[in-house]
Design a protein around this ligand. Structure first.
Ligand SMILES: Nc1nc2c(ncn2[C@@H]2O[C@H](COP(=O)(O)OP(=O)(O)O)[C@@H](O)[C@H]2O)c(=O)[nH]1
Ligand SMILES: [Mg+2]
Length: 187
């Protein structure tokens, strides 16, 4: 934690299982094809990567969880740094919790959501890879996830459905996160 950049900028952190599409969403949001490194190999992003946007907002790519071989202690297996970051970073405005639209909430996601609820870290759930689903299953997935969110006090009540591949939902996500950016006046 002591080695992380010191900044007064508001931060949005991207969390989720390995391979859920965190780096791809950051690239889609910023319009760069390879700002955050994407990979077919789960567990590739092991560090925290910070992307500063015009001195107004910091996007933070966290290591993925849920890939450790050990079946128990999902949150423990998740890099302690990511958890410390989410619980203790003063500039954190919102965590974006990415969920694969094909799978919905998995046990590891629910464990992380409970940890965020307890730590009172506000988080926005984002479905990823919706290009892989037809409209009817996607609608079912959305309503199933929205019902499940009601039990999570720190969750933002709305879910955004996105695809980094097709671009669906990316403009909405950008608008949502842009509202959290600094107006630039103090920097
Ligand atoms: N079909 C589809 N594949 C995606 C999408 N976003 C990411 N992927 C793929 O999913 C894999 C993992 O993506 P990555 O962004 O590296 O995931 P991360 O581990 O969460 O950072 C890569 O092979 C991506 O090409 C998407 O919106 N649609
Ligand atoms: Mg990544």
């Amino acid at each position: 934690m002591a080695g992380l950049p010191v900044t007064a900028l508001p931060e949005i952190a991207f969390a989720g299982r390995s391979n859920v599409g965190k780096s791809s969403v950051i690239n889609a949001l910023t319009g760069h094809s390879a700002l955050a490194r994407t990979s077919n190999t789960p567990g590739r992003t092991q560090q925290i990567n910070f992307f500063e946007l015009e001195q107004r907002l910091m996007l933070v790519d966290l290591p993925g969880y849920g890939y450790a071989k050990a079946p128990k202690g999902v949150v423990k297996a998740w890099s302690g740094l990511a958890e410390d970051y989410l619980k203790g970073r003063p500039g954190l405005r919102r965590a974006a919790l990415l969920i694969d639209a094909r799978r919905g909430f998995m046990a590891s996601d629910l464990a992380v959501m409970r940890a965020l609820d307890v730590a009172a870290v506000s988080y926005l759930v984002i479905l990823t890879k919706i290009d892989k689903l037809k409209p009817a299953p996607l609608a079912r997935r959305l309503s199933e996830c929205e019902s499940a969110l009601k039990a999570h006090i720190a969750a933002y009540p709305l879910i955004l459905a996105t695809s980094a591949r097709s671009g669906q939902g990316i403009a909405e996500l950008r608008a949502h996160l842009g509202a959290l950016a600094s107006d630039g006046a103090i920097h």
